[in-house]
Design a protein around this ligand. Structure first.
Ligand SMILES: [Zn+2]
Length: 268
């Protein structure tokens, strides 16, 4: 699933082409992709509006159309790109937003788990999402951890606690902070908690710099792969040597999620 660095890369890739464009229509061949609105209603609301901003909140893409928001969640296999055809450039496009100059913002999603929402406010996102990790100080991150007895890996994936981290960047952050993924949050020292906050920022910033991880479906808006996967220290490296110490990486399951860790660097 695309995580913060992948979603941020999509937003940055689309921004120069989208800002200032005017909506002229919308298309779908699978209305369920629209979470809470009909295509007719969406089109009537957005037609003639100009895209004033596109940004990310957690794993959500928010397109600001002069105060009305198109909110897109890529989920497992979502891709967002510009096409000159309403049906997009691949057979998994089920929604597109028609813009001026014959451009279409195409939403491709083979598994159909992704969703497009139309909202007049982003309060619903603020109500369900924790803070953004990239702008959180180490101390503020440590404060968020206070009082939880859950496994630290599970905690990091909880979008209500901290937004945007998924399986890949949680595993990478925990390796770098030398914390075992099953460690209960309340067993972490203040120093460990601050170190984890710093490593999360470092790992996410590196992920953005490498334009996301193309291990399965994720592609940049230009269709090319990101390169973050080439820099993984532990994620997906079961039985391969840990890039810190050379010990074989192990895979376990934490909160139903496949979890990679180094038994030497990350002791319980
Ligand atoms: Zn190691």
């Amino acid at each position: 699933m695309p995580e913060l660095p992948e979603v941020e890369t999509v937003v940055r890739g689309l921004r120069p082409d989208l800002i200032g464009r005017t909506v002229v229509g919308a298309w779908t061949d699978w209305p369920k992709v629209l979470d809470d609105v009909s295509l007719v209603e969406l089109t009537a609301t957005l037609k003639g509006r100009r895209i004033s901003a596109i940004f990310r909140r957690g794993k959500y893409i928010c397109v600001d159309l002069e105060g009305v928001f198109l909110v897109i969640h890529l989920r497992m296999t979502g891709r967002l790109y510009l096409s000159d055809r309403a049906e997009g450039d691949d057979r998994w496009v089920h929604f597109s937003l028609a813009l001026d100059q014959n451009a279409h913002m195409a939403f491709s999603d083979s598994r159909k788990f992704g969703r497009v929402l139309l909202r007049h406010s982003l309060d619903f996102l603020e109500a369900k999402l924790g803070p953004e990790p990239l702008t959180l100080s180490d101390a503020d991150f440590a404060d968020i951890l206070q009082g939880s007895t859950r496994a630290v890996k599970t905690f990091l994936l909880d979008q209500a606690k901290i937004a945007g981290i998924g399986n890949i960047y949680a595993d990478e952050s925990l390796l770098r902070a030398k914390i075992h993924p099953l460690t209960p949050v309340d067993r972490l020292s203040r120093k460990q908690a601050c170190a984890l906050g710093a490593e999360i920022r470092r790992v996410l910033e590196a992920g953005i710099a490498h334009e996301g991880a193309s291990i399965s479906w994720y592609r940049k808006p230009d269709g090319n792969k990101g390169e973050s996967q080439q820099h993984f220290m532990v994620y997906g490296r079961t039985n391969l040597p840990c890039k810190v110490c050379g010990t074989a990486v192990q895979r376990t399951v934490v909160g139903q999620r496949g979890t990679h860790f180094c038994p030497n660097c990350q002791r319980r």
